[in-house]
Design a protein around this ligand. Structure first.
Ligand code: 13P
Length: 249
């Protein structure tokens, strides 16, 4: 049985004060909830506040990107050692918004993944097709290609902490959720590619989250699919009541 991971991606929202208020309201709502792992990924500027606010709870704090070098002349970047010393445990890698707006490629996803795994962070690696690719019947090919390139030259042993998130780009922030069956089909493709790359044992343990307009009213149907091992939630994670309702689907 794979333990589900319910993760919040705040994207570029909230100040430190808003972060403090959020945890004040959110933590009592999920106190004692140990069925699922809970992760909140705020912007970098809120990380210290989030870690301080979540101390003593079971909520883990992640970030939304990491550079592949430990340090150097890379203006505007943040490294794994910097995150680890704050107490960050998770990192989202290869989100479609980074691919779409910030030049992220399958190759840079691979570099970031290797660094995250080597440094002991738990990466949540995002894959997913755009609408045009789905309509052209290319979804499986795209998912397989993204996995092959993202996981290039990473051994099953090294990848132990890996989490994958299937985020169909057409479902992100649009209110159009993939049906539970359609999401499960895509997850099965990703898992079968993981069998090819890492082997059957590894793939059987791999958590694959669904992301794309997950809301309190569709979380249960999605999470009931055996193939779906959790959620990566954008918009609906910004409100503590709404994210708590999703966590407790
Ligand atoms: P929404 O939940 O707002 O559709 O965003 C999904 C997402 O991109 C999570 O990473």
């Amino acid at each position: 049985m794979r333990k589900k991971v319910m993760a919040a991606n705040w994207k570029m929202y909230k100040t430190p004060d808003e972060t403090r208020d959020y945890f004040r309201d959110f933590l009592p709502l999920v106190a004692g909830h140990d069925r699922d792992e809970i992760v909140v990924c705020p912007p970098y500027t809120d990380v210290a506040t989030a870690i301080e606010s979540a101390r003593g709870s079971s909520v883990a704090i992640g970030v939304q990107n990491v550079h592949w070098k430990a340090d150097g002349a890379y203006t505007g970047e943040i490294s794994a050692p910097m995150l680890l010393c704050l107490g960050v445990t998770h990192v989202i890698i290869g989100h479609s918004e980074r691919r779409q707006y910030f030049g992220e490629t399958d190759d840079t996803v691979n570099l970031r993944l290797k660094t995250a795994l080597e440094s002991g962070l738990t990466p949540i690696c995002c894959v997913g097709e755009v609408l045009q690719e789905r309509e052209a019947g290319l979804t499986d090919d795209v998912l397989r290609r993204q996995c092959v390139r993202a996981f290039h030259a990473i051994s099953a042993k090294k990848a132990a902490k890996l989490i994958v998130a299937y985020e169909p780009v057409w479902a992100i922030g649009t209110g159009k959720t993939a049906t539970p069956e359609l999401a499960a089909e895509a997850h099965a493709v990703i898992r079968s590619e993981a069998v090819e790359i890492f082997g059957e044992d590894f793939a059987g343990q791999l958590r694959i989250l669904y992301g794309g307009s997950v809301k309190p009213d569709n979380a249960k149907a999605l999470m009931s699919q055996e193939e779906i091992d959790g959620a990566l939630v954008g918009g609906a994670s910004l409100d503590p009541k709404s994210f708590a309702a999703i966590v407790k689907y």
